[in-house]
Structure formats: structure tokens, C-alpha cells
Design a protein around this ligand. Structure first.
Ligand SMILES: NC(=O)C1=CN([C@@H]2O[C@H](COP(=O)(O)OP(=O)(O)OC[C@H]3O[C@@H](n4cnc5c(N)ncnc54)[C@H](O)[C@@H]3O)[C@@H](O)[C@H]2O)C=CC1
Ligand SMILES: O=C([O-])CC(=O)C(=O)O
Length: 314
């Protein structure tokens, strides 16, 4: 089993580090365009093997796609992160070209690959990867909801003074500051609805803090986050590799589900060795449905840029 991580920057290296510690693949290939960068990060990680006790091997390469041949899964993290004050959407101009070429290179060497997209704006990059590659829809998955849901649980756990591991809570919709939809009315604390412990004001505060979770960290750190993003990507890869059938929210191609089509956006899905296996339906309130529609409209507007800029052809 071989897993490739493209981009050895903050998120890519953290993803690879999480994967190598999980011992779930014989080989992890870390690829970056910057000469020697992935090689150095890989060597640093390999030097933790004797301390952490893992047997997986991680190899760093500079733009060498031959080394990725026969990968079962790839995680694409290559591209610019945002700076404080920017939106994820502003990254489209640079990242679209990078993601498209990386996807084409990966498929050339691993035609059966399942691809997890992390680069932002993630929903549009996932749509681009699907359209540009022509791969079956189940093999292209966008990572955003897994991270946003973990942040949502963090905010609830902070407010309730509860363990995040006792919470069940998901975020659907686009992975954007204004497009994500933390489903507070569905969230439970070991099956007890969390709204029975919270005022409306507290619920609003949790939702708002979750939505700007990435922007808050970007303002604090000066670039965007990597620990939780890397952990989220690795958890999804593990569910693929071990055929775990875990439920994550992920950006997948909709063909009528949740009232939307021709779009990649976050909905609950089962992740296993087919990629995303099936979409899990949820009963949404009128308000939640309206928010989902507005979120999809905003994501679609970003996708349109791919066509107007000639990156995709109709
Ligand atoms: N979907 C999500 O939940 C999240 C998405 N992100 C996104 O992930 C991306 C990466 O973020 P960071 O790792 O913080 O950035 P970074 O700048 O630390 O790393 C990006 C790496 O990509 C490499 N790269 C650029 N072009 C490449 C190419 N053509 N082939 C191979 N490598 C290439 C760069 O050399 C750099 O090492 C950003 O677009 C960021 O917005 C970040 C966190 C969460
Ligand atoms: O905030 C960003 O730009 C990076 C990202 O997607 C996140 O951390 O959620």
C-alpha cells in the first residue's frame, strides 16, 4: 500500500506525519515542487521512527511522479495558503492551475487512485479535480467538513466543559467563512441534544466561532492552520485504507441529493475503500435547507470562475 501526499508544506507534512505514525501504509511518498524540501521533511520524520515505534517508510521527492506510481490514495495540499484578512476564495487564481496539473500527473502514474483534495478554495478545487480528471465521482473527495466538524465539537466542548469525544456534531455546506453550516440543532452530547444545555445566544456564538475557525487561526498565526487540517486528512485516509466505513462530512459531487446538482459541497458521506461510498440523507429544517441552498449558490459562483477563466471548458 502506497499513499502520496502532494505539498510538503504545513498541512502536507502534518498529514504525512499523522499517517506515518498510524502505520497504515508500507510507503508514504511526500512530493513538493521545491527542491529538496520534501526530502528534508521526510528524513526528519523517518528519524522519529526509533522514538515513536512505527515501521512505515516515508520518502520525499522533488516533483518526481514516477515515485508515486501505484499509489492507492493521494492527498493534495499543494498551493498557496491565505494570509490574515484574505478569504479562501482569493486563492483560486494560483491554486486552480496547481491542482489541475497535480491531478493529471497523479493519474498518469496511478490510474486507480482515490484523491483527497485539501487545497483551497477546497469545494471548487474538488469540482475542478473531478471535471479535469474524468475519474469516477466516488474517487474524488474534498476535505473540509471533517475539519470544520472537529472545530465545531471543540467550540461545543469548550462551552459545555465536556469531552470533545463525547460529542456528535457535524458541519455541512461549503468550506468557507460564510458558507459553512454547523448543524447545532442536530448536535448531541452522548445522545442528549446540546441545545438543552445552551441558550440561543450561546448556540449562535458557537456557530459563529466555528464558521470563522480558519480565519481566527490565520489571524493569530499569520498563515492558515495545519495541525487539525493534517489530522482530519489523515483520519479520512485511514477510513479509506482500512475500509472503516466512517461517516465524515466531505465535499462530494451531488446529482440531486440535498436538492443540488453539478456541484461539490459538504454533505455526510461514508468513506471506505471505494472512496466516498454513499451520501447519507438528513432531515433538514426549512432554515437549514435555505442555508444549504445559499451555500451552494456561493460555491457555484466560484465554480463559474473556472469556466470564465478557461480552466475548464463547458
Ligand atoms: N481544506 C481544508 O480544510 C484546508 C485547506 N488548506 C489549504 O491547503 C493548502 C496548503 O496549505 P499549507 O500547507 O499551509 O501551505 P504551505 O505554503 O505551507 O505548503 C504548500 C506547499 O505546496 C507546494 N507546492 C506549490 N505548488 C506545487 C506543485 N505544483 N506541486 C507540488 N507542490 C507544490 C509548495 O512548495 C509548498 O511547500 C492551502 O491552499 C490552504 O489554503 C489548509 C488548511 C485546511
Ligand atoms: O483557513 C484557511 O484558509 C485554511 C482552512 O481551510 C482552514 O483552516 O479551515
Amino acid at each position: 500500500m502506497k499513499i502520496t501526499v502532494v505539498g510538503a508544506g504545513a498541512v502536507g507534512a502534518t498529514t504525512a506525519d499523522n499517517l506515518v505514525r498510524r502505520n497504515i501504509a508500507e510507503e508514504i511518498v511526500l512530493l513538493d515542487i521545491k527542491e529538496g524540501f520534501a526530502e528534508g521533511k521526510a528524513q526528519d520524520m523517518m528519524q522519529t521512527a526509533a522514538l515513536l515505534g512505527f515501521e512505515s517508510h516515508i520518502k520525499g521527492v522533488t516533483n518526481d511522479y514516477q515515485a508515486t506510481s501505484g499509489s492507492s490514495v493521494a492527498v493534495i495540499t499543494s498551493g498557496l495558503p491565505r494570509k490574515p484578512g484574505m478569504t479562501r476564495e482569493e486563492l483560486i487564481g494560483t491554486n486552480a492551475g496547481i491542482v489541475k496539473s497535480v491531478v493529471e500527473n497523479l493519474i498518469k502514474h496511478s490510474p486507480d487512485i482515490i484523491i483527497l483534495i485539501v487545497s483551497n478554495p477546497m469545494d471548487t478545487m474538488t469540482y475542478l479535480a473531478l471535471k479535469a480528471s474524468g475519474l469516477p465521482k466516488n474517487r474524488i473527495i474534498g476535505m473540509g467538513g471533517a475539519l470544520d466538524s472537529a472545530r465545531f465539537k471543540y467550540q461545543i466542548s469548550d462551552k459545555l466543559n465536556a469531552s470533545a469525544n463525547d460529542l456528535n456534531a457535524i458541519v455541512i455546506g461549503g468550506h468557507g467563512d460564510t458558507t459553512m453550516i454547523p448543524l447545532i440543532k442536530h448536535a448531541t452530547w452522548n445522545s442528549v441534544k446540546v441545545d438543552s444545555f445552551l441558550t440561543e445566544e450561546e448556540e449562535d456564538e458557537i456557530v459563529k466561532k466555528t464558521m470563522v475557525g480558519g480565519a481566527t487561526l490565520t489571524a493569530l498565526i499569520g498563515t492558515s492552520a495545519w495541525y487539525a487540517p493534517g489530522a482530519a486528512a489523515a483520519a479520512m485516509v485511514e477510513s479509506i485504507v482500512k475500509n472503516q466505513n466512517k461517516l465524515f462530512t466531505a465535499s462530494v459531487f451531488l446529482e440531486g441529493e440535498y436538492g443540488q446538482e453539478d456541484i461539490n459541497i459538504g454533505v455526510p458521506v461514508i468513506i471506505n475503500n471505494k472512496g466516498w461510498d454513499r451520501i447519507v440523507p438528513m432531515e433538514l429544517s426549512d432554515k437549514e435547507q435555505a442555508l444549504f441552498k445559499a451555500s451552494a449558490d456561493a460555491v457555484r459562483k466560484m465554480n463559474d470562475v473556472l469556466y470564465t477563466e478557461g480552466i475548464l471548458k463547458k
